[in-house]
Design a protein around this ligand. Sequence first.
Ligand SMILES: NC(=O)C1=CN([C@@H]2O[C@H](COP(=O)(O)OP(=O)(O)OC[C@H]3O[C@@H](n4cnc5c(N)ncnc54)[C@H](O)[C@@H]3O)[C@@H](O)[C@H]2O)C=CC1
Ligand SMILES: O=C(O)[C@H]1O[C@H](OP(=O)(O)OP(=O)(O)OC[C@H]2O[C@@H](n3ccc(=O)[nH]c3=O)[C@H](O)[C@@H]2O)[C@H](O)[C@@H](O)[C@@H]1O
Length: 403
Amino acid sequence: MVKICCIGAGYVGGPTMAVIALKCPDIEVAVVDISVPRITAWNSDQLPIYEPGLEDVVKQCRGKNLFFSTDVEKHVREADIVFVSVNTPTKTRGLGAGKAADLTYWESAARMIADVSKSDKIVVEKSTVPVKTAEAIEKILTHNSKGINFQILSNPEFLAEGTAIEDLFKPDRVLIGGRETPAGQKAIKTLKDVYAHWVPEENIITTNLWSAELSKLAANAFLAQRISSVNAMSALCEATGANVNEVSYAIGKDTRIGSKFLNPSVGFGGSCFQKDILNLVYICECNGLPEVAEYWRQVIKINDYQKSRFVNRVVASMFNTVSNKKIAVLGFAFKKDTGDTRETPAIDVCKDFQKIYDNMQKPAFVFDGRNIVDVEKLRNIGFIVYSIGKPLDAWLKDMPAVA
Ligand SMILES: NC(=O)C1=CN([C@@H]2O[C@H](COP(=O)(O)OP(=O)(O)OC[C@H]3O[C@@H](n4cnc5c(N)ncnc54)[C@H](O)[C@@H]3O)[C@@H](O)[C@H]2O)C=CC1
Ligand SMILES: O=C(O)[C@H]1O[C@H](OP(=O)(O)OP(=O)(O)OC[C@H]2O[C@@H](n3ccc(=O)[nH]c3=O)[C@H](O)[C@@H]2O)[C@H](O)[C@@H](O)[C@@H]1O
């Protein structure tokens, strides 16, 4: 029986391994972590993360071929394939602080793998890492290998939070990068066979290591760039009377552009877009490509601009000050967990609006950073409504855009 161990029981490691265990009953999967509370939660009825469908998957295989443990070394030692899915945040200190990826967790995981291994292993980069990381990992592993053969593969994850299980069940593609040597190709084939349990072969792409590593950063950069592009348009829409939703719909009908990921917003959030683009910027700078670095940095700049634009609208329209005013924030997460709006509490929140208005000081404002409220309805109640990239409320027209 093939044994898999995944180091890191987080948003990626947990759901990804649960789905592998479900789809591959002939494989034993152990998810390990240094965090005792996280592992305790994975072994309880209160999983540490919420993803629609996750609980069902975990319940079907936990204790059969899916195990969660803090005994990191034991499971790494026994595994044929070791996934590393530890966090890779932005460095806060030292060289490249504020941009480069912090590989401390990755490095300590690699050193531990080298220390405890007694048999050949395939080590899979699941975390998002800078291009060329595999070279450094290879060095750590081979210099401490005691004659053991390690093959490094890059297998970046493309799931989005909120749709993780759906994305893992039906990935647009699985990407596996490896060395172009016979041993590297054999390792690619071994990992490909795992995914082939449920992913059609034509959706499993194999490349060299560097293409796989870079494709992950490139994919997130392209996705974030679309959001910054539509958000930049939203500012122009507000200045001209165009409606950003109409513009977005019109351009998205062009099949070359496509309609997905063109929703204007108060800016993208989440743990990865900003960190991965900053990482890309840093890599470009290190490779002597300042123009390319500047090009991608602009995606972050527009995102920051969009956030401050929103705040400026809030403050400016409330007579240039929000001190001593009560502001309710509806929806604090960075995104919703599903695209399905049936039975959503938001519908009730919108229905309840008349009551909210009656209890508010006047003038009463709604600032919609996601363009989800029914603007006409709220204006009829009496609210002053700001929606991103849409024709401005009469009240806002007379107010400066910047406080
Ligand atoms: N969150 C997401 O939706 C996605 C994240 N990614 C990437 O996947 C990687 C992991 O992200 P998340 O799962 O969100 O992070 P996370 O922070 O939820 O999980 C990482 C886990 O690794 C554990 N860990 C760190 N060092 C360890 C060590 N030496 N030994 C054992 N366990 C260790 C931590 O305790 C933590 O539980 C990151 O590189 C991220 O960029 C990629 C695609 C999607
Ligand atoms: O590497 C990662 O961590 C992941 O990052 C994103 O996934 P995630 O951040 O979970 O969620 P998204 O659905 O991409 O949303 C990110 C942010 O962009 C915003 N967004 C998204 C789409 C859109 O049209 N407009 C928009 O403002 C969302 O509201 C949210 O704040 C990518 O979609 C995943 O493919 C990738 O694996």
